[in-house]
Design a protein around this ligand. Structure first.
Ligand code: GDP
Ligand code: MG
Length: 596
């Protein structure tokens, strides 16, 4: 297809505003999916995505559309909607010339919509504002059309009104895409340059790489080269998705499609990288490539120690499809053998642990998430700490922690409680803006470490679910942080160590010691539970001694019953972990870590 007849676009929307449903209608109206084959959320393939209603991986679909007497190829590039995947969103946007800004006509603009809109504007995309769900009785399109026009400029009358559910307005939207979104530009005679905006592992076909051609052409059987590593691969198949993969004779300027090489691991085909040909390589890579950087770390342990090998295999498998997942073996006194894993954010952590449980049937325990601290010691050495147990206790000169810029959108009635929450999380207010009479945007600078610790849950519960949050990394800052250890009879329980702000150390210490006192059964001797910063004890609880004699309970009973009881006690012991001399049931660790 010549570039003049190509339109590349994506849909920017907050979760639940109807992106998948609108995509379904477009597939149907353009005829690429027949009514018979249509099922809801056609493009959301992963089970977890469908159940949780989130899009994890983006996809691209090509749809033919007749307009102005020609047949256009509309390439719809689906972007992940969540803050954890900002980098992937930015690469998907970079593959487009335009974006539909889709807003629920009963809800209005949300924080995620805004964050992605800013990214789209940074990439110079043409924005088409659209209100969705106008079939809903609660829809208030006049009001939100004004809000949208206020946000991006222009006339409220230019805001298109559609229903992804009934299909109303969707044809008009397709015509408008053709009319308003610029055709792609590129040099057909230059050395090939294609940008990877997604890379998906498929157990049958290996890695499927989604690309946007910028210059030149790629054809099958050609040797391609990854510009970040100069590694070369043979092109086994190249094609477009409409929406099933369909091989073509190649891809030219402005086209969007997929390609398959022999590669088995997405790390060899990285989002953001530029593909060129080995025969006639381009000299400059396309801008914007960075390696995915984990921001949040957590220990993952099998509840049953004998599942360790299975856990390793499962992580190896997931890694094939997720270049941003990192892990290395670690051991814990309390939890045994496991892995220290790095994630892009909290949702990413949740997705991975859920996939491990669901796809690999593993029972796991996850330690409290931690961020990356840069510690300078008194000898001037710099240590990167992603696990509290690596903290160079007693030798710390300075600590710096990652900071994010957070944007919170909330109805104005909740501004007070949201500000209180942000302040309690060491946030400093950067700005506040009324979006409409009803809705306010609050911008804060906040330590990431405070956000990973149940901030989102707190925000939701304080605002009855109405507030939305988005954040982006904004460097780091020095902070007065300390490591709090939890000791059982003088022995450290590594899984409970935490790096916290000095002012919160006491609160963390009392919370954990109290929790453990309730969870750990009495032993034959008194067990002190202490919280400490270095050698200084900041909180203490006691578990009183108890003589536990199972056999005494059934004095005089028959011997086989006694034997059974002994067996039962032995069984129970297997699930016990020893911390020094103290026996702790595994469940106590799990309960203490999960906080219920
Ligand atoms: P996404 O998270 O943006 O992909 O949103 P979905 O497409 O999954 O839609 C979220 C919910 O809104 C689903 O329950 C849809 O059925 C519903 N929905 C989507 N579009 C419309 C619409 O135009 N009208 C109505 N009434 N409901 C819609
Ligand atoms: Mg969706």
């Amino acid at each position: 297809t010549p570039p003049e007849l190509i339109r590349n676009f994506c849909i920017i929307a907050h979760i639940d505003h109807g992106k998948s449903t609108l995509a379904d209608r477009m597939l149907q109206i353009t005829g690429v999916v027949s009514d018979r084959d249509m099922r809801a959320q056609y493009l959301d393939r992963m089970d977890i995505e469908r159940e949780r209603g989130i899009t994890i991986k983006s996809q691209a679909v090509r749809m033919p559309w007749q307009s102005e007497g020609s047949t256009f190829a509309l390439n719809m590039i689906d972007t992940p909607g969540h803050v954890d995947f900002t980098y992937e969103v930015s690469r998907s946007l970079a593959a487009c010339e335009g974006a539909i800004l889709l807003v629920d006509a009963a809800q209005g603009i949300e924080a995620q919509t805004l964050a992605n809109l800013y990214l789209a504007l940074e990439n110079d995309l043409h924005i088409i504002p659209v209100l969705n769900k106008i079939d809903l009785p609660a829809a208030d399109p006049d009001r939100f059309a004004r809000e949208l026009a206020g946000l991006i400029g222009g006339d409220p009358d230019d805001v298109l009104r559609v229903s992804g559910k009934t299909g109303q307005g969707v044809e008009e939207l397709l015509d408008r895409l053709v009319r308003e979104i610029p055709a792609p530009k590129g040099d057909p005679d230059a050395p090939a340059r294609a940008m990877i905006f997604d890379s998906v592992y498929d157990s049958y076909r290996g890695v499927v790489t989604y690309v946007r051609m910028v210059d030149g052409t790629l054809s099958p059987r050609e040797r391609i080269q990854m510009m970040s590593t100069t590694a070369t691969h043979e092109l086994l198949e190249i094609g477009v998705s409409n929406p099933e993969p369909t091989p073509t004779k190649g891809l030219g300027v402005g086209e969007v499609g997929y390609l398959i090489t022999g590669v088995k691991d997405v790390r060899q085909s990285k989002v953001g990288d530029t593909i060129t040909t080995h025969r006639k390589p381009a000299t400059d890579a396309l801008p914007g490539y960075t390696d995915p950087k984990p921001m949040v770390f957590s220990g993952i342990y099998p509840i049953d120690g004998s599942d360790y090998a299975e856990l390793r295999e499962a992580l190896d498998k997931l890694k094939l499809s997720d270049a941003s997942l990192q892990y290395e073996p670690e051991t814990s006194v309390a939890l045994g053998f496991g892995f220290r894993c790095g994630f892009l954010g909290l949702l990413h952590l949740e997705i991975i642990t859920e996939r491990l449980a669901r796809e690999f049937d593993l029972d796991l325990i996850t330690t409290a998430p931690s961020v990356i601290y840069e510690v300078t010691t008194d000898t001037g050495e710099t240590v990167t700490v992603t696990n509290p147990s690596e903290y160079p206790d007693g030798r710390v000169a300075t600590v710096s922690e990652p900071v994010v810029k957070a944007a919170i959108l909330t109805p104005k009635d909740y501004v007070g409680t949201v500000m209180e929450l942000c302040q309690s999380r060491r946030g400093s207010l950067l700005g506040m803006e009324y979006f409409s009479e009803e809705r306010v945007e609050l911008r804060y600078s906040m330590p990431l470490g405070e956000i990973v610790f149940d901030f989102f849950d707190q925000l939701k519960s304080r605002t009855q679910g109405y507030a939305s949050l988005d954040y982006e990394p904004a460097g780091s800052q020095e902070a007065d942080l300390v490591k709090v250890d939890i000791l059982l009879q003088g022995d450290k329980v590594d899984a409970f160590s935490s790096i916290v702000h000095r002012e919160k150390a006491y609160a963390y210490g009392t919370m954990m010691t109290e929790r453990l006192r309730k969870l750990i059964p009495r032993q034959q001797f008194e067990v002190p539970i202490q919280a400490a910063i270095g050698a200084r004890i900041i909180a203490r609880e006691n578990i009183r001694a108890m003589r536990k004699d199972v056999l005494a309970k059934c004095y005089g009973g028959d011997i086989s019953r006694k034997r059974k009881l002994l067996e039962k006690q032995k069984e129970g012991k297997k699930r016990m972990k020893m911390v020094g001399r103290v026996e702790v049931p595994q469940e106590a660790f799990i309960a203490a870590l999960s906080g219920d």
